[in-house]
Design a protein around this ligand. Structure first.
Ligand code: FES
Length: 111
């Protein structure tokens, strides 16, 4: 398992999310970082319904109050704090959580 610095914590505002795509082939990663109620979570940017990326436009992942991810393909909604789908075609499924840690203001992920 590899520890990778993703971004500075301050780059992700409260109720905001940001996507990160890096690597190639089997080492390609498409991740989304969200800050909700002060905490930072990282998920694989792939809807559990059909495996598409959640967003259509860059970094447009969340509903208006920043509480839910909204899949742009069929509208599934996932809680920002735990990735659980609460409405849409995959209710009860979850986004894949990527283990993360914040150290000295930097968000690290374990890949
Ligand atoms: S692919 Fe996300 S709701 Fe269908």
């Amino acid at each position: 398992m590899k520890l990778l610095a993703l971004c500075r914590e301050e780059e992700i505002g409260e109720g905001r999310a940001r996507g990160f795509v890096f690597g190639k082939g089997v080492s390609r990663h498409d991740l989304v970082v969200v800050r909700r109620q002060g905490g930072v979570c990282v998920y694989v940017n792939s809807c559990p319904h059909q495996g598409t990326p959640l967003e259509t436009f860059a970094d447009k992942f969340l509903n208006e109050d920043g509480s839910l991810f909204v899949c742009s393909t069929h509208g599934a909604r996932f809680r920002a704090e735990d990735g659980v789908c609460v409405s849409g075609p995959c209710v009860g499924k979850t986004l894949v959580v990527v283990p993360c840690d914040v150290r000295d203001g930097v968000v690290f992920v374990q890949l």
